[in-house]
Design a protein around this ligand. Structure first.
Ligand code: GAR
Length: 193
């Protein structure tokens, strides 16, 4: 695939619920010449998500949707996604489970980053569970999203050693640093770059 420039880049939405450090690294990546994506939209279920600040800093449109009624929220998001011609969604610390219906109706790819070596430790509290189980390694995974939680096709993984002194907070920090490198690599991979 040839390198895409300016308006030819794949219009991408990033979904966040919290700090948004993966969002920040994706924005930085999207601004590189070699990146096939341009981030056009930031979506959150949480009006207090710290990562929303990156919308302001990098002048990217941001929208918050109330998930009290999930099907209404998802309908509104699909409208916004279509309006902005989004073809790729990157979930980046988005803590809501996207419905089958949304996946079926979105005409593009949905990626997620998860802080474990899937299929191990799907769901929440991954670091704590890995430490309690005395795992020697954990890591992170970028995968395609399907209708089952953390179960879609794996694109890339990165292994991280769990040291004796690692608390779940320390491990989370080590893995997060790897996530920031892995997500861009996975995007290059799915577009054969
Ligand atoms: C990341 O570690 C991400 O893998 C995880 O939340 C963190 C978000 O950090 N995602 C999940 O647990 C999804 N099930 P960030 O907001 O700084 O990118």
């Amino acid at each position: 695939m040839a390198i895409l420039t300016g308006s030819n880049k794949i219009k991408t939405a990033v979904f966040i619920s919290g700090t948004g450090s993966n969002l920040k690294s994706l924005i930085k990546f999207s601004n590189l010449k070699k990146s096939p994506i341009t981030i056009k939209l930031i979506i959150s279920d949480n009006p207090k998500a710290k990562g929303l600040i990156y919308g302001k800093i990098f002048k990217i449109k941001k929208k918050v949707f109330n998930f009290k009624n999930k099907s209404v929220a998802e309908k509104k998001i699909l409208l916004e996604i279509n309006k902005n011609k989004i073809k790729l969604i990157c979930l980046a610390g988005f803590m809501k489970i996207i419905s089958k219906n949304f996946i079926k109706n979105f005409k593009g790819k949905i990626l997620n980053i998860h802080p474990s070596l899937l299929p191990k430790y799907k769901g929440l509290n991954t670091h704590n569970r890995a430490i309690i189980n005395k795992e020697k390694f954990s890591g992170c995974t970028v995968h395609l999203v399907n209708s089952r939680l953390d179960s879609g096709k794996i694109i890339l993984q990165k292994k991280v050693e769990i040291k004796k002194k690692d608390t779940s907070k320390r491990l989370a920090k080590k893995i997060l640093a790897e996530e920031h490198k892995l997500y861009p690599k996975a995007i290059l991979k799915i577009f054969n770059l």
